[in-house]
Design a protein around this ligand. Structure first.
Ligand SMILES: Cc1cc2nc3c(=O)[nH]c(=O)nc-3n(C[C@H](O)[C@H](O)[C@H](O)COP(=O)(O)OP(=O)(O)OC[C@H]3O[C@@H](n4cnc5c(N)ncnc54)[C@H](O)[C@@H]3O)c2cc1C
Length: 486
């Protein structure tokens, strides 16, 4: 009898752990295929440190081929899943297409930037969901400081050195605090006119930072943010974004060239393209992570609405902590469906949260014990090192170097504004000149064929950051399969 074919879509926290668990449990009794657009697992919680120049980008990646034995990696993105035919159609990074056939399917495609219908935001803001966006931000911020330091016009200098971050969850909080420290260090080497200091604004409509976390963490983070110089404005958001700045909901217009959109994430649009029962954009699953009515299909991580057995009536939050553990349960239950072991429900109580606030500071509540200051800083870094599935020594080495050496203030300019649009179904990939643009518009289906769906457009809709004329767009070539709509 031929070996069962297991296809896992997505190699993030959930998919990576599923593959690792299955490789161990099936011991070569199944063909395990992992479909992912990149050849690495991305440790997202350390992304703000990449944007701030503390960690080199490869440090937060873990090679899939190098760490997952007995798992076949297929580079590509799932475009279309036929649940009846049991096939996954995908496109590879060079535009080729392929089809995978499965006996068991695990959907773990994660999430994308959340968009709100605010005028100008889709055109002028950038998200913070993937490595290209972090690299873009690092270079963009460095360039703004360099242009401001060398320029004559005080208004332009002011605008270039004002950075607006929207969303005070853990992502926005870490981006703002690390950003402030990064730009302070940059201006120490190339001072701005009249001793001006770069200004980072952190906005949220909520009344406190880290609104989804414990209040004690919130208070610690708020205090450290203000000590570091971040302009924290709660109860405030963006009413409109333009090429020269943002209009806030309190009526103030802030001149800026940088709008970082961290208002949250929503499940990858692949999930909603399947026509299966959903809960707020996430695929509804049983506690065993089965998709109801499809015993051969499993889903986990951000893309799945998993009942929280520790909080009846609720679903588990979209966090790495849950996705990682759900991956283990998914692997276990896929193996059980093949006769290897018994299925078990997913159950996990939160172990607390850690938020890195730069330097030796952090806010953490491991096992519910609130910590702040250097103790929290040590716990936070120790937690990340323990949680990473690889590359720990290199990450620790970068932290050590950052503690003893000045940060490198250079921008390579490899990821430009148009390559990292906010509205994308593929935040993990920078767009290529002439390549297809995959928007994450609600209801949009992933397919490389632009004639079938408006989800794929030509590059002509490329966008730029507020007032970023220094970033020319690529010459518009028609996207593959498109009619060159301009
Ligand atoms: C900046 C940032 C900081 C964060 N910090 C924390 C933190 O400190 N603590 C915490 O608990 N959580 C944190 N999170 C949230 C956490 O990272 C997510 O909840 C977690 O990554 C979800 O895991 P996942 O496997 O579902 O998705 P992901 O880790 O996003 O993985 C999804 C994978 O699927 C791939 N994929 C997407 N679409 C397709 C497709 N069509 N075909 C094939 N593959 C596809 C992607 O490339 C990716 O590899 C953070 C998130 C961000 C963005």
């Amino acid at each position: 009898m031929s070996r069962p074919r297991i296809v896992i879509v997505g190699a993030g926290f959930a998919g990576y752990r599923t593959a690792r668990t299955l490789a161990r449990l099936t011991r070569d009794k199944a063909d395990i295929t992992l479909l992912n657009p990149t050849d690495y697992f991305l440790y997202l919680p350390l992304l703000p440190q990449v944007a701030a120049g503390i960690l080199e980008p490869r440090r937060v990646t873990v090679s899939l081929a190098g760490t997952l034995r007995h798992v076949r990696l297929v580079l590509g993105e799932a475009d279309d899943i036929d649940l009846d035919a049991r096939t996954v159609r995908y496109s590879d990074p060079e535009g080729g297409v392929g089809t995978l056939t499965y006996d068991r399917l695990v959907l773990a495609a994660g999430s994308v930037n959340k968009l709100l219908p605010i005028p100008g935001v889709a055109e002028h803001a950038h998200g913070f969901r993937g490595l290209p966006e972090a690299l873009y931000l690092r270079d963009h911020v460095t360039r703004q400081v360099e242009l401001a330091a060398g320029g004559e016009d005080p208004e332009s200098c002011d605008a270039r050195c004002t950075f607006v971050v929207v969303g005070a969850g853990y992502t926005g909080t870490e981006v703002a605090v690390h950003g402030q420290m990064f730009t302070d260090e940059l201006v120490r080497k190339q001072p701005l006119r009249q001793g001006m200091r770069p200004r980072w604004l952190l906005l949220d409509i909520a009344d406190r930072v880290l609104p989804e976390l414990d209040e004690k963490l919130s208070r610690t983070a708020d205090r450290v943010l203000r000590q570091r110089g971040v302009d924290v404005r709660m109860g405030t958001s963006v009413k409109e974004a333009t090429s020269t700045g943002v209009l806030l909901t309190d009526g103030e217009f802030v001149d800026t060239r940088t709008l970082v959109w961290c208002v949250g994430i929503r499940p990858d649009p692949l999930a909603e393209s399947l026509g299966l029962p959903m809960e707020r954009g996430r695929l509804l699953v049983e506690p065993t992570l089965h998709v109801p009515g499809r015993p051969e299909v499993f889903a986990c991580g951000d893309a799945a609405a998993v009942p929280d057995l520790t909080k009846p009536g609720q679903y588990t939050p979209m966090t790495a902590q849950h996705a990682w553990r759900q991956g283990k349960t998914a692997g276990h239950n896929v193996a059980a469906s093949l006769g290897l072991g018994e299925p078990k429900p997913y159950r996990h109580s939160d172990l607390g949260f850690v938020v890195d606030l730069g330097g030796a500071k952090a806010a953490a509540n491991p096992l519910g014990i609130p910590l702040s200051g250097p103790v929290a800083g040590a716990v936070t870094r120790g937690y990340h090192l323990a949680a990473m599935p690889g590359n720990r020594v290199r990450v620790a080495a970068d932290w050590l170097l950052d503690a003893v050496l000045p940060r490198q203030g250079v921008q390579l300019g490899l990821v430009r504004s148009w390559a990292v649009p906010l509205d994308t179904a593929s935040p993990e990939l920078a767009r290529m000149p002439g390549g297809p643009e995959r928007t994450a518009a609600p209801g949009a289906q992933r397919t490389p064929d632009a004639q079938k769906t408006p989800a794929v457009r030509s590059t002509s809709a490329a966008q730029s950051a507020p007032g970023a004329p220094e970033e020319p767009q690529p010459s518009p070539k028609p996207a593959k399969g498109s009619e060159g709509d301009s």
